[in-house]
Design a protein around this ligand. Structure first.
Ligand code: S3P
Length: 428
């Protein structure tokens, strides 16, 4: 399905954001291996978190849905059942990587599959440590889904310095570690999102510049009532949309502002965004706040590579902000963007180029020559079937000199099913 995006004369109003995708996945996975019932309020209806629920059902977990409320009867660490069919993770890297840690740790024989995009993303990063922990695990060409996990029980605890700053990898190893008799230790130098550690109350200590996080069978997995905050990564599209539009004021309520997730907020503030953070409170173990963004005069920025894991999903939309900022902005150290739902460095370069942005692509980043008076050329933007590319192109198109088209726009279902309706109501 293609979407026409008209230039918006203004962007005003309050957006009802989707629930956080990362926290939705985790709350369901952790509730499944806890003992007893957990109720999750505000669970995401987007396709990726729904893939996680479907996989859990196949593993014999009772999952009941009542709109955004999900009730899970936890089966405990030992209660998962061998699935009758392949576990379909759809487009969701988080489902595949986190669930692999759990089924490998639990010794459940199964096969995990994904769609075309997920099947082309390397899983070597999780295969290597899981093998080192004693799991039997095979994959197509040694690194791609389908991933076959053998039903081998008895995880070997491991001390694991993370070779990549990835929350999915960190979580996979820690989740497998939950099944080990003594602690598995994951050493993290650059902080990535810490929802797993927070929701499971895992212990950690500082270690050099970073920290060491531990998990073992001694950690009690809490059955609890979760309440999922609004998704910061979805909010980021409106934060940039509002900042680059000359007639904008957008309110976003109860947005997750976990410090390991919100670098984009700090970056936009540093660029000069007119951004207010109010009513800071907590939603379960996660901090939240109301955010208001207004039309802004942005200046260019050289992104600190140490911040990349903290804003990895927001980098594409930050590139759009950079196109409207005064001066030359640079992103370096972001090679990981090439391993997302699509190669997001190439895809964003193409989107920016189609709109007439002057940019240079590098192996690990991009340089963007911004202009506060920039008017993008209307264009047909490819989404590469990647939700974040589709939404970034749409935000860019709100400032264009005519109607633009976003191709295969239905991919926003992956994280933000109401994106197009929200865009329409803000620009109405
Ligand atoms: C996620 C972690 C990130 C992010 C993804 C969700 C998570 O991936 O890009 O959308 O929920 O743990 P990496 O940790 O692999 O960078």
């Amino acid at each position: 399905m293609n979407r026409t995006v008209e230039p918006a004369s203004s962007l005003n109003g309050t957006v009802h954001l989707p629930p956080d995708k990362s926290i939705s996945h985790r709350s369901a996975l952790f509730a499944a291996i806890a003992e007893g019932k957990s109720v999750i309020k505000n669970y995401s209806e987007a396709a990726d978190p729904q893939s996680t629920l479907e996989c859990l059902r196949q593993l014999g977990v009772s999952v009941k849905k009542d709109g955004n409320k999900v009730t899970i009867e936890g089966v405990g660490r030992e209660g998962l059942q061998t699935p009758a069919a392949q576990l379909n993770c759809g487009n969701s890297g988080t489902t595949m990587r986190l669930l692999s840690g759990i089924v490998a740790g639990a010794g459940i024989e199964c096969e995990l599959v994904g769609d075309e995009s997920l099947s082309s993303r390397t899983m070597k990063r999780i295969i290597d440590p899981l093998r080192a922990m004693g799991c039997t695990i095979d994959a197509r060409d040694g690194e791609y889904a389908p991933i076959k996990i053998g039903g081998h029980k008895g995880i070997k605890p491991m001390r694991y310095p993370l070779p990549i700053a990835s929350a999915q990898l960190k979580s996979c190893v820690l989740l497998a570690g939950l099944f080990g008799d003594s602690p598995t230790e994951v050493i993290e130098q650059l902080p990535s999102r810490d929802h797993t550690e927070r929701l499971l109350d895992l212990k950690s200590d500082s270690y050099g510049q970073g920290k060491v996080i531990r998990s073992s069978v001694a950690d009690v997995i809490p059955s609890q009532n979760y309440s999922v905050p609004a998704d910061f990564s979805a909010a980021a599209f409106w934060l940039v949309g509002g900042a680059i539009h000359p007639a904008a004021e957008i309110q976003l309520k109860k947005v997750g502002i976990n410090p390991s997730r919100k670098a984009a907020l700090t970056i936009l503030e540093k660029m000069g965004a007119d951004l207010a953070v109010d009513n800071e409170s907590a939603e379960g173990k996660e901090p939240v706040a109301d955010l208001t963004i207004s039309s802004s005069n942005l200046s260019a920025i050289d992104l600190d590579p140490a911040l990349i894991p903290n804003c990895i999903d927001e980098l594409p939309i930050l590139m759009i902000a950079m196109a409207f900022a005064d001066g030359i902005s640079t992103i370096t150290g972001a090679e990981e963007l090439r391993h997302k739902e699509t190669d997001r460095l190439e895809a964003m370069y193409d989107i920016l180029d189609a709109a007439g942005v002057n940019a240079e692509l590098a192996e690990d980043g991009i340089t963007i020559h911004g202009d506060p008076n920039f008017t993008p050329q209307s264009a047909t933007f490819k989404s590469y079937h990647d939700h974040r590319m589709a939404m970034a192109a749409a935000i860019l198109a709100t400032r264009a000199d005519g109607d633009s088209t976003v191709k295969d726009a239905e991919c926003t279902e992956i994280s933000y099913p109401d994106f197009w309706t929200d865009l329409e109501s803000l620009s109405a």
